[in-house]
Design a protein around this ligand. Structure first.
Ligand SMILES: Cc1cc2nc3c(=O)[nH]c(=O)nc-3n(C[C@H](O)[C@H](O)[C@H](O)COP(=O)(O)OP(=O)(O)OC[C@H]3O[C@@H](n4cnc5c(N)ncnc54)[C@H](O)[C@@H]3O)c2cc1C
Length: 453
């Protein structure tokens, strides 16, 4: 394959900058231009909740690589506030608009990486465009929420009880607001097991967070100052000086669609494990793209920063013809709510059924430290496997200590297509300060093996 002279990258956060940096590092002579429609590049969006929690920290602390560093040290031709509007794969051009001057130009490429990410879903309801109604997706959103907090709001409503909504319930409570979470579906953390959710619900309640499930939001109302003052549901009215809409994200596939690239069944851009799209000169990575799922053995869409960074690197290497392969995700994710760690990897029982497995599962509780060692707390593990083959399919972890990182053991087992018997026989670390002689993962496997085979 001929090494391309001109590479364009659209999107300058995790996936885009990983790809651009990879190309420049491996082949410093290649011309790489990054178009980013926003004001920032390369920041850790995952750190937004924790940054918002601390009024002393600047939002820019989250920037990993400044525009100046990218240009001067990495030699990347970075164009901030430039939006790519149209892709012509036959001519090998992008139509780009400079958002400040309004000037439109054609940018030719030999290879293109689309790393346009995802956007927060907004609610198309009355009042959800009022000042004080926010989403949390990028650095600008984070700055807006931090600014709003300077006005000393007393109450917040969070619409959506997924992981970002609950992380922010914690953050806004710590910032002194009285917080109500409204969730349309019948449980907090839709898709998680009820025993995990029960521990999360207890933690929220014990910190004074009010929550309502099965609550359909209908509108938001303004106060006398024109800012949001309340959220209305089919079940009542909730005062809110600040509203956060956290109902999920959608992949930004519009640019790819203008070029006729294949969009997968998930709604994100279809990519091969080489991160190549349906056109040979176009690669894609990060939240706008699908990712190969090792348990499902097909593409899935689970937009996370860890995947964006890995895929971006691989897209960059493959633009240069290195033929690298993205090995795949297993759906590992974690977060904290107050002092509670919550994590998962793989499939839930419900997902496993939909995928044609015959799942069996157990929930166990084991101390985070050895018996007799002070201050141990329960770690709750839910483990799911296929009844017939014993193949480990997934699980969830929740506890006040030593819970989240234990999901890495499960993630490793899933990547290796291990059975419950394999998992049960793992030589995991034991020392009284951080595990019992039977690690919680092993205890779960010991129980689950009774149900398989
Ligand atoms: C609050 C929060 C907490 C999170 N916590 C975690 C976590 O703990 N762990 C984890 O793994 N992940 C987490 N994530 C997810 C993680 O931040 C994303 O997966 C990651 O940012 C994806 O990177 P990306 O480069 O693919 O996309 P994005 O970050 O969405 O970046 C895409 C960029 O492309 C630009 N763009 C889009 N279209 C165009 C266009 N046409 N022209 C020019 N530019 C364009 C956008 O302006 C944007 O800057 C969290 C996200 C949020 C919001």
């Amino acid at each position: 394959m001929k090494v391309p002279d001109r590479v364009l990258v659209v999107g300058g956060v995790a996936a885009g900058m990983s790809a651009a940096s990879q190309i420049r590092r491996r082949l410093p002579k290649t011309r790489v231009t990054v178009f980013e429609r926003g004001d920032y590049i390369s920041y850790g969006a995952c750190g937004l909740p924790y940054n918002i929690e601390d009024p002393e920290r600047e939002i820019e602390d989250l920037v990993v690589l400044t525009a100046e560093h990218a240009r001067k040290k990495r030699g990347i031709d970075l164009r901030l506030r430039h939006e790519a509007r149209e892709l012509d794969v036959d001519r090998g051009t992008l139509t780009v608009v400079d958002l400040d001057s309004g000037t439109e130009s054609q940018a030719p490429f030999d290879a293109l990486v689309i790393a346009t990410g995802a956007r927060a879903i907004r609610l198309p309801l009355d009042g959800f465009d009022l000042p004080g109604v926010e989403v949390l997706r990028d650095l600008t959103d984070g700055a807006a929420i931090k600014d709003a907090l300077k006005d000393g709001p007393k109450s917040a409503v969070i619409v959506g009880a997924g992981y970002i909504g609950l992380e922010m319930a914690h953050v806004l409570t710590e910032r002194g607001l009285s917080v109500t979470v409204l969730e349309k579906l019948p449980q907090l953390l839709p898709g998680w097991h009820e025993e995990t959710v029960a521990m999360v619900a207890d933690t929220l309640s014990s910190h004074g967070v009010e929550f309502h499930t099965g609550a359909t939001v209908t509108a938001a109302e303004a106060g006398p100052d024109g800012r949001v003052a309340a959220v209305l549901t089919d079940d009542g009215r909730f005062d809110a000086d600040l509203v956060l809409v956290a109902v999920g994200v959608r992949p930004n596939v519009e640019l790819a669609a203008t070029g006729g690239l294949r969009i997968g069944d998930t709604g994100a851009i279809w990519v091969s494990q080489q991160q190549q799209t349906s056109h040979e000169a176009v690669w894609s990575a990060g939240d706008c793209a699908e990712a190969y799922h090792r348990v499902l053995r097909r593409n899935a869409w689970i937009p996370l920063g860890t995947t964006a960074n890995k895929q971006g690197r691989i897209a960059g290497a493959n633009v240069l013809g290195l033929g690298q392969r993205f090995q795949g995700i297993v759906g590992t994710a974690g977060f904290v709510v107050f002092d509670l760690e919550i994590a998962r990897s793989g499939l839930s029982e419900d997902q496993a059924k939909v995928e044609g497995f015959d799942p069996v599962a157990v929930t166990i509780r084991q101390r985070s430290r050895a018996h007799g060692y002070p201050d141990g707390v329960p770690v709750q593990v839910r483990l799911v496997a296929d009844r017939e083959t014993g193949l480990v399919l997934g699980g969830e972890f929740v506890g006040r200590e030593g819970a989240a990182l234990r999901s890495n053991t499960l993630a490793t087992a899933l990547a290796g297509h291990m059975t419950v018997a394999d998992l049960q026989s793992l030589d995991l670390v034991y020392a009284p300060p951080f595990a019992s002689v039977w690690d919680p993962v092993l205890v779960a496997a010991n129980q689950l093996i009774k149900k398989v085979g």
